[in-house]
Design a protein around this ligand. Sequence first.
Ligand SMILES: Cc1cc2nc3c(=O)[nH]c(=O)nc-3n(C[C@H](O)[C@H](O)[C@H](O)COP(=O)(O)OP(=O)(O)OC[C@H]3O[C@@H](n4cnc5c(N)ncnc54)[C@H](O)[C@@H]3O)c2cc1C
Length: 412
Amino acid sequence: MNKKAAVVGAGISGLYACLLLEQQGYSVDLFEKSDVIGGRLNSQKKSGFILDRGFHVMQTGYQTASKVFNYQQLGCKPFEPGALVIRPSADGAKVWRFSDPFRRPIRGLLGAFNLFTSPLNLLRVGLMRLTISRVRDEDIFLQQSQTTLDFLRSRGFSEGFIQSFFRPLFGGIFLESDLRTDSRMFHFVFKNMSRGDMVLPKDGIASCAQQLFDQLGSTKLNLGVEVAIKSERDLQFQGKTLTYDLIIKAFAEADKVETRDVWTVYFSAPKSPLKANYIMLNSAVNQQTNIISHLAVPSDIQPNYAPPGMALVAVTVVGEDAKKQSLVDADSIEQAVLKELSQWFPDEIESWNTLDVQHVKQALPECVNIGQISHDSPQLNNTCGDHTTHGSVEGALISAQLVVTESLKNAP
Ligand SMILES: Cc1cc2nc3c(=O)[nH]c(=O)nc-3n(C[C@H](O)[C@H](O)[C@H](O)COP(=O)(O)OP(=O)(O)OC[C@H]3O[C@@H](n4cnc5c(N)ncnc54)[C@H](O)[C@@H]3O)c2cc1C
């Protein structure tokens, strides 16, 4: 008879745990307290637009994710490697383009002379890329830990370049204000960004979770149910105790894990404000009243994200940047963002309409001095989720792999 397992939580880590358990011959019951699968990989339709729950991309450089997801089948398309950087001011904004010199050599070379920063800083980016690319993925989290800011300083980057480039880019990825994130997480993300693309699937980020779910065979999904895990083998569900050979908890208890929050403001626009398929970084984030971290136009990458003839603009505000300005509700965030954007796009902003102001409260786990994480030896008690590794889709998948491998060693 098949062994029975229960997985609690249908985010990416829970779904992947189900797949791995099925491959080991388990019959699996999957319990999810909300009424959808995917957890933080969630999208909704609104007025013909696809709104991901918080601006989200997939990274094709992630090794485990590349095995789990079929990017081609998802219709994924990439952002340009590099970024636009805006320096807003009351007298008019100035925009620079940074192309990745390794993948766009000519544009990258031109960018080196664009006076945004000294060529020395750009050379250091290249050197850092070489050094980091030599470290094996599984060894990254065994390295010495420091803050990302200390690491960047130790690599000789100027304060100006750190604040105007690394700060908006990685602050927007890590969802924090001061680059305090563990430098090994920086290495991990930087390495993956250098070797792959940031892509968007055709039908929204939730379609990635759906694709993983579609790979499941016999797993029985129970939506809209909150179960209590009573012991290693017992669950309480609708007043009954259910006994399993193995139970995997694939979520974090909100009050036990420190997290970071993020605001995403979505606008409909008659046309894209950007001239190329880059993400636009705000070099002035966190100065005076600037709170926008970055802006992207998902419909430039995937026209499906907006109705024909329209554009979808996604503006990201890191939660702690907003809090510093005492902006804690949707109305004040929307007003502050609109005011800031009126300096960026003075001739266009009047024609934009707000579609949604989203606040994701538990967006990412805190990630400071996370200790040594070995991708080979989990420190987990039948628990997976990005909070047990690091806050990313890859971290969530790796956590599932680790916990299933470890649990099977101990399973009766
Ligand atoms: C706005 C935003 C942008 C992001 N951008 C990126 C990005 O660009 N690239 C990247 O790699 N990562 C990104 N991430 C991180 C990535 O989304 C997460 O790391 C990943 O989705 C976490 O998956 P998980 O399975 O660990 O947790 P979750 O997705 O949180 O899943 C946990 C599930 O458990 C359920 N649950 C909780 N309690 C119970 C219970 N008692 N019973 C049953 N079910 C329960 C929850 O409802 C949820 O569905 C982003 C996250 C956010 C929020």
